[in-house]
Design a protein around this ligand. Structure first.
Ligand code: FAD
Length: 401
């Protein structure tokens, strides 16, 4: 709290004032701590649970003695106290007569709606899913974020006058009529696929096929047996070493997989971190779950050449070791397959290799964009930061009109 330069604040995409609210917390002033926290963060109950906390990674104490001040858990403690003590109550704004449509009810869209609603705009959020939350609800597993936490906040936003139009897929070339401005917050819906021989075999799924379905099952929905993506009793291979991959591991373990192996094309960070890979290490070491400690193996520097099948179902994946070397031009490192091949036996493959940045139509001047739709796949806290920036731009545009 006394550090000269609070790098935690600098590293936080929404510029949370960690030293200030930590000081209030330390003095037992919980309400004040909540007021400071909520001045920059619309939904601390989400970020406090699932943010990889760049603030802690850049804490002065982390940099000097590898033990940061606890920030994320304190954030949850403050916001949970605020709900418990009744500090968070619906605030009904005075309406200014202007209407804004937000397309997409993920964290970016929810922040845009919250900010503009509080300024008096009448905000309608459209989403193709049956319930709001975006990837918070239909991507991030319940073991990381319980969906009651989303429902609790949605009740407040609804009571404050935000209108939710769920189950409505908006044609982005023909936005709904009757609004003064729009914010497109539709995320990155297209997952990167792996079009190698054998991709058509049964038993190969995109990560969200499993994750979104599991979240729906936990909400009480049912699916026909032949549509279930379930790892029970299976040898699972997760292709892709990021956050989505680790959520596949945690979900497979909970469903009762016999074994889970995660492979990654990149070198292992940071112990074997190859100096040939010049990109910063810390996004790689960001972590939002304990999945890797729950029972899985991991291998690095492996590319997948082909899926092998038996009776139309996947039974193996031919992988090949790769080497990385600096690019002679100084750009991205160059990957070279080594010829060292092997077949990994599998019953199920989950593809977790990221998401494609979407193309958008050329919009009119009253159409704004925020979140992953704007930046490409990122983090909840960055989507929320984008929501704040876009809402300020919409307010300025409509105020000056
Ligand atoms: P989204 O959350 O994707 O929301 C977009 C919304 O737009 C969706 O509800 C969608 O239904 C709706 N939509 C799309 N097209 C239309 C249309 N045409 N009409 C109507 N509605 C539409 N980040 C973290 O910080 N921590 C984590 O632990 C974490 N874990 C993750 C785990 C997984 C499996 C995944 C996939 C991502 C994870 N992320 C995590 C990233 C994070 O979830 C995203 O960066 C964030 O949700 C992006 O927010 P968004 O509002 O831009 O988009």
């Amino acid at each position: 709290m006394d550090c000269g330069v609070p790098f935690c604040h600098w590293a936080c995409p929404i510029a949370n004032k960690q030293p200030e609210w930590q000081d209030a917390l330390y003095k037992g002033k919980w309400r004040k701590a909540y007021e400071i926290l909520s001045s920059t963060c619309d939904f601390p109950e989400f970020t406090g649970r699932i943010c990889p906390a760049p603030c802690e990674k850049s804490c002065v104490l982390k940099l000097s003695c590898d033990q940061p001040v606890t920030i994320r858990e304190n954030e949850v403690a403050i916001v949970e106290a605020a709900f418990r003590e009744g500090y968070i109550q619906p605030i009904i704004p005075v309406r200014n007569g202007k209407k804004v449509a937000v397309i997409g009810a993920g964290p970016a869209g929810l922040v845009v709606a919250n900010q503009l609603n509080q300024k008096g705009y009448t905000v309608t959020i459209f989403d193709k899913d049956e319930a709001p939350g975006g990837l918070l609800r239909f991507g991030i597993p319940n073991f990381k974020l319980d969906k009651n936490v989303i429902d609790r906040r949605m009740s407040i936003l609804e009571a404050e006058g935000i209108l939710f139009e769920m189950g409505v897929e908006v044609d982005l070339n023909r936005l709904p009529e009757g609004f003064d401005a729009y914010c497109v917050c539709t995320g990155t819906p297209t997952a990167r696929d792996l079009p190698i021989p054998g991709r058509e075999l049964k038993g190969i799924y995109l990560a969200l096929d499993m994750l979104a379905q599991q979240n729906r099952i936990l909400e009480g929905q049912t699916f026909p047996k032949d549509k279930l993506v379930n790892a029970k009793g299976k040898k699972v291979l997760v292709i892709g070493g990021g956050d989505t991959g680790s959520d596949c591991i945690g979900t497979s373990v909970r469903q009762g997989a016999v074994s889970v192996l995660q492979i990654e094309i990149m070198p292992k960070p940071p112990v074997d971190h190859n100096p040939a890979t010049p990109w910063p290490q810390w996004p790689i070491v960001f972590k939002t779950t304990s999945s890797h400690e729950e029972g899985c193996s991991r291998r690095w520097c492996l590319t997948s050449n082909q899926f092998i099948g038996k009776n139309g179902k996947v039974s193996g994946v031919e992988v090949e070791e790769v080497e990385w070397a600096p690019s002679p031009e100084g750009g991205r490192p160059v990957m070279t397959p080594t010829g060292k091949k092997e077949v990994i036996e599998v019953d199920m493959v989950l593809l977790a290799m990221g998401f494609l940045k979407p193309e958008h139509p050329k919009y009119a001047e009253n159409v704004f964009m925020a979140g992953d739709a704007d930046t490409g796949a990122s983090l909840v806290v960055r989507a929320m930061a984008g929501g704040r920036t876009a809402s300020a731009a919409i307010d300025s545009y409509l105020s000056n009109k």
